[in-house]
Design a protein. Structure first.
Length: 94
């Protein structure tokens, strides 16, 4: 796990580029998800939200601003593609 600190809220493109650079995934397809708390009071319950573009990133930031725990937590995963008999397939069906 790596922690990346930005001096101010980055644009989605900046978040993806810096993440790929730090993790050494420059030529990889990267999937981003925002983690946020949907619990109330002393009960915490986390949900994940797909982040695919600037609109989804801005929606995620607003959700976190209005939640009890105001921390932007983003999980990045590298999409692994399988090669089978000359065809490239993706586990996500893309």
């Amino acid at each position: 796990m790596k922690t990346i600190v930005f001096p101010s809220k980055p644009r989605f493109e900046e978040l993806v580029c810096r993440t790929k650079d730090i993790l050494g995934w420059c030529d990889e397809v990267v999937c981003m998800q925002g983690r946020y708390d949907v619990g109330g009071g002393p009960i915490s319950h986390k949900q994940m939200l797909e982040l695919n573009d600037e609109t989804e990133w801005e929606a995620y930031v607003e959700i976190v601003k209005n939640s009890q725990f105001k921390s932007l937590e983003v999980v990045a995963t590298k999409e692994v593609r399988e090669v089978r008999k000359g065809c490239i397939t993706s586990p996500r069906g893309r």
